[in-house]
Design a protein around this ligand. Structure first.
Ligand SMILES: NC(=O)c1ccc[n+]([C@@H]2O[C@H](COP(=O)([O-])OP(=O)(O)OC[C@H]3O[C@@H](n4cnc5c(N)ncnc54)[C@H](O)[C@@H]3O)[C@@H](O)[C@H]2O)c1
Ligand SMILES: [Zn+2]
Ligand SMILES: [Zn+2]
Length: 360
C-alpha cells in the first residue's frame, strides 16, 4: 500500500513509498483509510520540535471502513465506519478506570519491541506514528483506537473528529468545563482553534474573542462563533482583551504552541480565570508567569486531545453535525491526494488553510 513516510527529522520532506501492514493480532483491526486530516502536530515532529522513532508513517486524524478484525475483536466488524484516535486506551489501568483515558499507560495496546511490528517496508520495521499512522491506504490499529460511527456521516468530514474537533471541543467541554455565559479568548484560529471557538459557542459561552495574526483566519473565526476578533500582528492582544472586557476573561485557550502566546493567555485572565494550553509547546521550552497572579486564583492547565473519552464524544459530535450545530464542511479548505502532503504542510505553515484533508 502507498504511505507517506518521514525518514528523518528535522528538515526532511515526506516521501511516498510502498509499505506493508501485518495481519491483525487478536485485538487489532485493519481499516481502509477513506480520509485523513493534516494536523499541525505532525509538523512539530517533522521540524524536530517533538521526537518520534523513524522512519515512520505520519498522520493521525482519520476515518475509514473496517476491512478485517482479529479473533478477539467484538466492538467492530468488517464494513463498520470508524474514526481513529491516538488516545488509544487499555481500559484497565488506574487512569482508564478513573475516567482519564487520555493519560492511559497504554499497556497491551502496542506490539512489544522485538515482536513483528504492525508496519514494515521491504522487511524492515516502520514505526507506527502516535499508534495510528493515518497517511496510508490502510491502517492496522488496536481496537481501542477506534470509535464506531453511523455510515451517514461523510468520511472526509468524520476524519476531522479524529483530532481537531475532539481536541478543540474537548478542551472547552471536558478540560475547562466552560459554563454558560463565561467569557472566552482563543489564541490561534487554525484547525484546532476554530473547534475551541465552536465548542465555546455550543457550550453557551458569552463573549468569544478570537486572536490570530491573519485576517482570513479571523473571518473564519466569526463564522465558527467568535463574537469579536483581534489581529495580534497589529495591536497588543493582551491590552486589547483587557480593554474589551474591562479587566480580563474567565477562560483563555492557547491553540498555537508558543511560549509567548501561552504567557499572553495567562495575562488575559481576570481573577479566578483559567488558561488552557492546547498548542504543543516545543520540547525544552519553559513558561514564565508572574507568581503573584496565583494569589488571585488564576490557573494554567494542559489539555491532551481535549481530555477526551472519544467513544462517547465522537458519536455525540457526529449528532451535533447532523443537527447543523457543529460545523465540519467549513473546516475542509482543500481535498488533496496523498502525494500533495508536503504542499499541504507548507500551506498550513503559511496559514492559507483551515484544514487540508487527504482523500484516498
Ligand atoms: N493538545 C493536544 O492534544 C493537541 C492536539 C492537536 C493539535 N495540537 C496542537 O494545537 C496547535 C494548533 O494546531 P492546528 O492544527 O490548529 O494548527 P494551525 O497551523 O492550523 O493553526 C495555528 C494558528 O495560529 C495562528 N498563529 C500562529 N502564530 C501566531 C501568533 N504568534 N499569534 C497569533 N496567532 C498565531 C496561525 O495563523 C494559525 O491560524 C499545534 O501546536 C498542534 O500541535 C494539540
Ligand atoms: Zn492532531
Ligand atoms: Zn489505560
Amino acid at each position: 500500500m502507498k504511505a507517506a513516510i518521514l525518514e528523518s527529522a528535522p528538515g526532511e520532506l515526506i516521501v511516498i513509498d510502498d509499505v506493508e501492514h501485518d495481519a491483525p493480532g487478536p485485538r487489532e483491526v485493519v481499516i481502509q483509510t477513506a480520509a485523513a486530516g493534516v494536523c499541525h502536530s505532525d509538523l512539530h515532529y517533522m521540524q524536530g520540535k517533538y521526537r518520534t522513532r523513524l522512519p515512520t508513517v505520519v498522520g493521525h486524524e482519520a476515518a475509514g471502513v473496517v476491512v478485517d478484525v482479529g479473533s478477539d475483536v467484538s466492538y467492530v466488524a468488517p464494513g463498520d465506519h470508524v474514526i481513529t484516535c491516538l488516545s488509544v486506551f487499555c481500559g484497565t489501568c488506574e487512569y482508564c478506570l478513573s475516567g482519564r483515558l487520555v493519560l492511559c499507560s497504554k499497556r497491551g495496546t502496542r506490539r512489544a519491541r522485538g515482536q513483528k511490528q504492525r508496519l514494515s517496508r521491504g522487511g524492515e520495521d516502520i514505526h507506527q506514528f502516535l499508534d495510528v499512522s493515518a497517511f496510508a491506504e490502510r491502517m492496522l490499529v488496536h481496537e481501542n483506537a477506534v470509535a464506531k460511527i453511523t455510515p451517514d456521516l461523510p468520511l472526509d468530514r468524520a476524519a476531522l473528529l479524529g483530532c481537531a474537533v475532539t481536541t478543540g471541543m474537548g478542551a472547552v467541554g471536558r478540560t475547562a468545563q466552560v459554563p454558560i455565559g463565561a467569557s472566552v479568548v482563543v489564541i490561534g484560529a487554525g484547525g484546532v482553534g476554530l473547534n475551541v471557538i465552536q465548542g465555546a459557542r455550543i457550550a453557551g459561552a458569552g463573549r468569544i474573542i478570537a486572536v490570530d495574526r491573519l485576517d482570513s483566519k479571523l473571518a473564519t473565526a466569526i463564522d465558527f462563533g467568535a463574537t469579536e476578533t483581534i489581529n495580534a500582528s497589529e495591536i497588543d492582544a493582551v491590552e486589547a482583551v483587557k480593554d474589551l472586557t474591562g479587566g480580563g476573561v474567565d477562560f483563555a485557550f492557547e491553540a498555537i504552541g508558543l511560549k509567548e502566546t501561552t504567557e499572553q493567555a495567562f495575562a488575559m485572565l481576570r481573577p479566578g480565570g483559567t488558561a488552557v494550553v492546547v498548542g504543543m509547546i516545543p520540547l525544552g521550552t519553559s513558561i514564565e508567569l508572574p507568581g503573584v497572579d496565583f494569589m488571585f486564583e488564576k490557573r494554567l492547565v494542559g489539555s491532551l486531545m481535549g481530555s477526551n473519552n472519544f467513544r462517547t464524544d465522537m458519536p455525540r459530535y457526529a449528532q451535533l453535525y447532523a443537527e447543523g450545530r457543529l460545523k465540519l464542511d467549513e473546516l475542509v479548505s482543500a481535498r488533496i491526494g496523498l502525494e500533495e502532503v508536503n504542499s499541504a504542510f507548507a500551506q498550513m505553515e503559511a496559514g492559507s488553510v483551515a484544514r487540508s484533508v487527504i482523500v484516498f
